[in-house]
Design a protein around this ligand. Structure first.
Ligand SMILES: *Cc1c(COP(=O)(O)O)cnc(C)c1O
Length: 395
């Protein structure tokens, strides 16, 4: 396959040659834990790393390899590794890049369990962290310490959709020889490519848009540098062992084939829903990068191909009104997670962000009336009809 193929083509073909597997159009599922060696000598040379063959599925499996090569191609990285969950991917990259007494600098809004992991790293290994507003270059520069080993960024930040300028962060990090890790879960490589903007690693909860069908928990790390990724495979992935199962890798390969068409529909639907929400009398502030009034609309246009499928909005009223909307929807499912074919709705203050103290939460812009919507692939008219009847129903 040509290296310069477009992403719509790569999601279907990258990393796989049917001729390698008896012409099988789709990558076969190698549902096996181990691989038998043709001879003792061949076994010896595989263990010595002198021969390419497989040994044991935690160390490598042909189905997982196709997924990893495909993801590396999609993010324009040197290599990728697949993990059993998004959190296994996040912890692998942080274990790989830090040692005791290092410092991690984070965007001021990160996934709840990533925050939990940072607490753990601090308590057990003295790896400190700060969450800072990365809006401007000076604030970022002044927060860097001698011990800073990693800048860890989420953009858009969940659930307020605040963006971080990845090109700016990568530029500052390079000057200090600091690695930049970007959680690209909300965008997928179809909408945003952090490595092309100078960042070093991308992590994904592949549970979300990569899988896309709400039927698998998985994670990916893609690194710009192939040698660094080989080191991660031979250390944290092998020895901590959060490797994806071959079947889950196979499901992700199936999901990935439609990534481009799915994301386009997610984005189309979100545009329509945002437009309708904006003119509904019960809706207050809206957080959607595609909104012309969104404070970072220009940055969204610069670093994202399209504004994505996630919308947050405030309901005019109180917490009970937000909860009532969640109770009134029927087609839309009341569930956390995102990026599925089904439209999902949740209440960050009492669900995904409930562990954050109320005062902190409000500083982050997460009020008790904020609702987060992961716009699915149903007809947008049906999604809106359901949302509208729920909004119309509150006092
Ligand atoms: C869901 C999610 C994760 C964690 O992924 P799991 O697959 O649930 O382990 C990390 N980051 C973001 C932004 C997520 O949405």
């Amino acid at each position: 396959m040509k290296k310069n193929n477009r992403i719509e083509t790569k999601v279907i073909h990258a990393g796989y040659h049917p001729s390698d597997h008896a012409g099988s159009l789709t990558p076969p599922l190698f549902q096996t834990s181990t691989f038998s060696f043709p001879s003792a000598e061949e076994g010896e040379s595989r263990f010595a790393g002198e021969s390419e063959g497989h040994i044991y599925s935690r160390l490598g499996n042909p189905t997982i390899t196709v997924l990893e090569e495909r993801m590396a191609a999609l993010e324009n990285g040197g290599a990728a590794l697949a993990f059993t969950s998004g959190m296994a991917a996040v912890s692998a990259v942080l274990f790989h890049l830090t040692k005791s007494n290092d410092h991690i600098l984070c965007s001021d809004g990160i996934y709840g369990c990533t925050f939990g992991l940072l607490q753990l790293l601090k308590q057990k290994y003295g790896i400190d962290h700060d969450l800072i507003n990365m809006d401007d270059e000076e604030t970022l520069r002044s927060a860097i310490r001698d011990e800073t080993a990693v800048i860890y960024v989420e953009t858009p930040i969940n659930p307020t959709m605040k963006l971080v300028d990845l090109e700016m962060v990568a530029k500052v990090a390079k000057e200090h020889d600091i690695r930049v890790v970007v959680d690209n879960t909300f965008c997928s490589p179809y909408l945003q490519q952090p490595l092309a903007l100078g960042c070093d690693y991308v992590v994904h909860s592949a549970t979300k848009y990569i899988g896309g069908h709400g039927d698998v928990i998985a994670g990916m790390v893609v690194g710009a540098d192939k040698a660094e990724m080989a080191e991660m495979a031979a250390s944290v992935r092998k020895d901590i062992g959060g490797v994806i199962s071959p079947f889950d890798a196979w499901l992700l390969l199936r999901g990935l084939k439609t990534l481009a068409v799915r994301l386009d529909r997610h984005c189309d639907n979100a545009e329509k829903i945002a437009e309708k929400l904006k003119s509904h009398p019960k809706v207050g502030k809206m957080f959607y990068p595609g909104d012309e009034e969104f404070p970072q609309h220009a940055l969204a246009k610069k670093q994202m191909r399209r504004p994505g499928g996630m919308i947050s909005f405030e309901v005019k009223g109180a917490k009970k009104d937000a909860q009532e909307i969640l109770n009134r929807v029927q087609l839309i499912k009341l569930a956390v997670s995102l990026g599925d074919t089904e439209t999902l709705i949740q209440h960050p203050a009492t669900m995904t962000h409930s562990v954050i103290p109320k005062e902190e939460r409000e500083k982050m812009g997460i009020s008790d009336t904020l609702i987060r919507l992961s716009v699915g692939l149903e007809a947008w008219e049906d999604i809106w009809a359901d949302l509208k009847q729920a909004l119309d129903g509150i006092e």
